[in-house]
Design a protein around this ligand. Structure first.
Ligand SMILES: O=P(O)(O)OC[C@H]1O[C@](O)(CO)[C@@H](O)[C@@H]1O
Length: 398
C-alpha cells in the first residue's frame, strides 16, 4: 500500500519575527487597547482587560470560568490540552480563536451584567458602514444594472472577493493595508469552474439549487456578499442561499446576525439600485429563500475537517459552498505550512460538497498555486505576497 505523506506541520505562533507571532504579541494587545477606549467600561471590565493583556504578553492559556455557558463545547474543542501552555505554543488558529473568546468574557459579553450582549467591535463596524467609500460602492450598482448578465455576475463575484480586504483586525495592526494597491490579477482563478457548478440563468424554480455562503467580515465585505446572494437568487442560479455568520463577535469585524441586519438596513436606506436589492433580500429572508445561520462551529478554533454532522449534511446538499476570507481559508485547507503548489483539490477532498474559496491573502497559508505563479510572486516580493492583503484568489473544488 502506498504511504500517504504526513501533512506538513500546523502553524504555531512561537517564532519571533514571524507573522503569527506578531499577531499574538502585537495585534492582540492593540485590539485590547482599542476595545478599552471604545466604551465607558466599569472598573471590573478594565481590571479583566488588564489581566488579559498581561496573560497575552507572557502568560499561559487559562481555563474558562467554571460556569461558562460553553465550557463543555470548548473542552470538546481542545481546551484541556491547551490550558497551562503558552499562547505561543498551541496551534495559532486555536490561540487566536480563544483570545476572542476571552476578550468577550473580559468585557462581560456573556453576562450577566450591563455589558451583556454588547458587541465590543460595534463602533468600528458601524463607522465602516457609514464611511463615504460605502456610499461610492453602493452608487456603482446603478451603472451595473444595464450591463449584460455575465458582466454583472463577474463584477459581483469580484466585489465579494475584494470586499475581503475590508478586515478591521488586519488594518488595525497594518495601518498601510488600506492604502496599498491591490494587484488585480488573481494568483489562482477558477471562476469559470465556479459558475459552471450553478445552473444557467433562470432554470425552473424547483431545479434551482441551494448555495451556502460562509461569510467573513461585516460591513464592506458583507454588503457585496449579500449583493452576490441577491444576484444568485434573482437570476435563479440559486433557489436558496444559506448565509453562515458567527454566533458572537469574533476577529474584530467578523459578521454576526446583528451585522446582517445593519447591512440590510444600510442597503434599503441607500438611493437607487442598492435599495431595491436590499428590499429583495429582506423579502427573501421573509420567504425563506435566504436563511441566516449562526452555528457555534462557525467560531470554533478548528479546521473544517472537524465539521459537525449537521453542517456536513448541509454542505453535502448544496450545489456549492462559497468560503469567504482568510481565516475560513485557513480552516478549509488546514492551518499548515503547505508547499504552495499543493493541489487545492487534494487538501479539500474531504469537504462534503463542491467548494469555492474567495480570499485575499492575509496569512502564510497557501495552496493550489502553479510553480510559475509562486516563483513570480517570490521574485517580485519575497514572501510579502502571502500576508499583505494585496493578492487574491478564487479556488474551486467541484
Ligand atoms: O478577515 P479574514 O480575511 O478572515 O482575515 C483575518 C485574518 O487576520 C488574521 O487575524 C491575521 O492576518 C488571520 O488570523 C486571519 O486569517
Amino acid at each position: 500500500m502506498p504511504d500517504t505523506p504526513a501533512p506538513p506541520p500546523v502553524i504555531l505562533g512561537d517564532e519571533p519575527g514571524s507573522f503569527p507571532h506578531g499577531v499574538l504579541a502585537e495585534r492582540h494587545p492593540a485590539i485590547i487597547r482599542q476595545v478599552r477606549d471604545a466604551f465607558p467600561y466599569d472598573p471590573a471590565v478594565h481590571h479583566a482587560l488588564d489581566a488579559l493583556l498581561e496573560s497575552c504578553a507572557k502568560g499561559v492559556v487559562e481555563p474558562l470560568p467554571a460556569d461558562a455557558h460553553d465550557l463543555a463545547r470548548w473542552r470538546d474543542w481542545g481546551l484541556d490540552g491547551s490550558v497551562g501552555r503558552s499562547w505561543f505554543d498551541v496551534p495559532w488558529l486555536w490561540s487566536e480563536s480563544y483570545f476572542y473568546r476571552r476578550l468577550l468574557d473580559a468585557v462581560g459579553y456573556f453576562g450577566p451584567g450591563v455589558w451583556q450582549g454588547i458587541d465590543p467591535f460595534r463602533p468600528f463596524k458601524l463607522a465602516e458602514l457609514d464611511a463615504p467609500e460605502t456610499d461610492e460602492e453602493l452608487a456603482a450598482l446603478d451603472a451595473l444594472e444595464t450591463r449584460p448578465a455575465a458582466e454583472r455576475a463577474r463584477a459581483l463575484l469580484h466585489g465579494s472577493l475584494w470586499g475581503n480586504r475590508a478586515d478591521l483586525g488586519f488594518r488595525l495592526s497594518d495601518s498601510e493595508a488600506a492604502t496599498r494597491d491591490a494587484v488585480p490579477a488573481l494568483v489562482a482563478d477558477d471562476s469559470e469552474t465556479l459558475w459552471a457548478l450553478l445552473p444557467p440563468v433562470l432554470p425552473p424554480a424547483d431545479e434551482a439549487p441551494t448555495v451556502c455562503l460562509i461569510a467573513d467580515n461585516a460591513g464592506r465585505e458583507l454588503i457585496p456578499d449579500l449583493l452576490l446572494a441577491a444576484h444568485l437568487l434573482a437570476t435563479g442560479r440559486a433557489g436558496r442561499v444559506v448565509l453562515h455568520v458567527k454566533p458572537y463577535p469574533y476577529y474584530v469585524s467578523d459578521a454576526t446576525p446583528t451585522d446582517v441586519v445593519d447591512a440590510l438596513r444600510r442597503l434599503t436606506a441607500a438611493p437607487g439600485a442598492a435599495a431595491e436589492h436590499g428590499r429583495r433580500l429582506w423579502a427573501a429572508l421573509a420567504d425563506g429563500t435566504l436563511t441566516v445561520r449562526a452555528h457555534p462551529f462557525s467560531a470554533a478554533p478548528l479546521p473544517f475537517t472537524e465539521l459537525p454532522p449537521d453542517l456536513r449534511a448541509e454542505f453535502a446538499g448544496a450545489a456549492l459552498t462559497l468560503v469567504k476570507g482568510d481565516l475560513n481559508y485557513r480552516r478549509l485547507v488546514g492551518d499548515r505550512r503547505w508547499p504552495p503548489t499543493t493541489p487545492f483539490a487534494d487538501v479539500t477532498a474531504y469537504f462534503p460538497g463542491p467548494v469555492a474559496a474567495l480570499r485575499t491573502l492575509k496569512s502564510d497559508v497557501i495552496t493550489g498555486l502553479s510553480a510559475g505563479t509562486e516563483s513570480g510572486l517570490v521574485a517580485a516580493e519575497g514572501q510579502r505576497w502571502r500576508t499583505g492583503g494585496t493578492h487574491a484568489l478564487v479556488q474551486v473544488r467541484p
